[in-house]
Design a protein around this ligand. Structure first.
Ligand code: SF4
Length: 323
């Protein structure tokens, strides 16, 4: 379940982890301009439930508030994220000083190649693995848990683990009441399952103690949780809270951005790729990139032996000749 969600959220259609749940809602996610700039009841969370994404109307209804930074016993990790900058709210967007020459056509080509929406991420991604009938904060917890499981794990394996967990009633309390051995059995064979058992338990305890069983609504607080990285945090913000906080860059997005020359210079980590992309890619596209490129990476621009001959970008791709 790599990376999929800055591609926006599936509202009520989610929660089955099955091919039948193939519809993806490409709308409904708002861009955030500053981190920690609003409480859970603000912004797009005030809408109705049925046609709305997971987050709408939920936090406000629950009256939950994130604890203030001064009350945190745990030191939050500082991320250099674009939306932290104060001027983003007050100044008009500036034209980037650099952008890839052919990116618009490359993007159109990828959209065309992805028009079938038939990659694993399209029906097994995080938007499809939470229980849409569960209370809002339980759904948000399930979103975060599926993201934690998805690291270094194929979508199919993550979806299977989520199904087994959900069959027992997947909540913060149920996880904390499950012994480590049983939890390991339930999530196996996700990648690094032993470490994930530990991180899931630690994170669940923090969520219970500090957030009333809900998940925090800022990237800084999310990445402070054990086992939660920046990509997961941005995806959780998008899927659970309906806020595009940044570009979620996983191994697919990192690889393809470098192959296409979408970074000014080659980058050697997903975080550097995220920063490089956010320098020039228009914000209105941030929410789309993850799902688009993850599916493209699953079907065409494979890690090894990419299918360049069938790729619409083969004449525009700097990497095509060298692969
Ligand atoms: S031409 Fe090959 S390397 Fe370039 S984007 Fe297409 S599949 Fe990937």
């Amino acid at each position: 379940m790599r990376g999929r969600a800055s591609r926006n959220v599936v509202a009520g259609a989610a929660g089955k982890c099955s091919p039948q749940d193939s519809s993806m809602n490409a709308t409904g996610v708002r861009m955030v301009t500053r981190s920690r700039s609003r409480g859970p009841g603000a912004g797009p969370r005030g809408g109705g439930e049925k046609a709305a994404p997971l987050w709408k109307g939920e936090a406000a209804a629950e009256g939950r508030k994130s604890p203030s930074p001064s009350r945190h016993r745990r030191k939050t990790q500082k991320l250099n994220v674009a939306y932290d900058r104060e001027e983003e709210d007050t100044k008009p967007p500036r034209a980037p000083s650099w952008e890839p020459r052919d990116w618009r056509q490359q993007l159109l080509n990828i959209r065309a190649m992805r028009s079938g929406k038939d990659a694993p991420v399209d029906w097994l991604g995080v938007e499809h693995c939470y229980d849409s009938d569960a209370p809002p904060k339980v759904r948000r917890y399930q979103v975060l848990l599926s993201l934690m499981l998805s690291s270094q794990t194929k979508d199919q394996v993550t979806a299977g683990a989520m199904q087994r967990l959900r069959a027992r009633g997947l909540t913060v309390d149920s996880i904390l009441q499950t012994d480590d051995s049983t939890l390991g059995t339930l999530i196996y064979p996700v990648g690094f399952w032993r470490s994930k058992v530990k991180y899931i338990k630690q994170t669940s305890a923090i969520l219970q103690q500090r957030y009333g069983g809900d998940i925090p609504d800022s990237v800084a607080e999310l990445v402070a949780l054990p086992g939660v990285g920046p990509k997961m945090a941005h995806l959780a913000m998008a899927v659970a809270w309906g806020t595009v906080s940044g570009i979620a860059v996983d191994t697919h997005v990192h690889r393809i951005a470098n192959r296409l020359g979408w970074t000014k210079t080659a980058t050697n980590s997903p975080e550097k790729t995220r920063a490089a992309l956010e320098e020039w890619l228009p914000r209105e596209l941030w929410g789309e990139i993850n799902g688009l490129l993850v599916g493209f990476g699953q079907q065409t621009c494979l890690p090894v032996h990419p299918r360049c001959q069938g790729c619409l970008n083969r004449t525009l791709c700097p990497a095509a000749r060298g692969l």
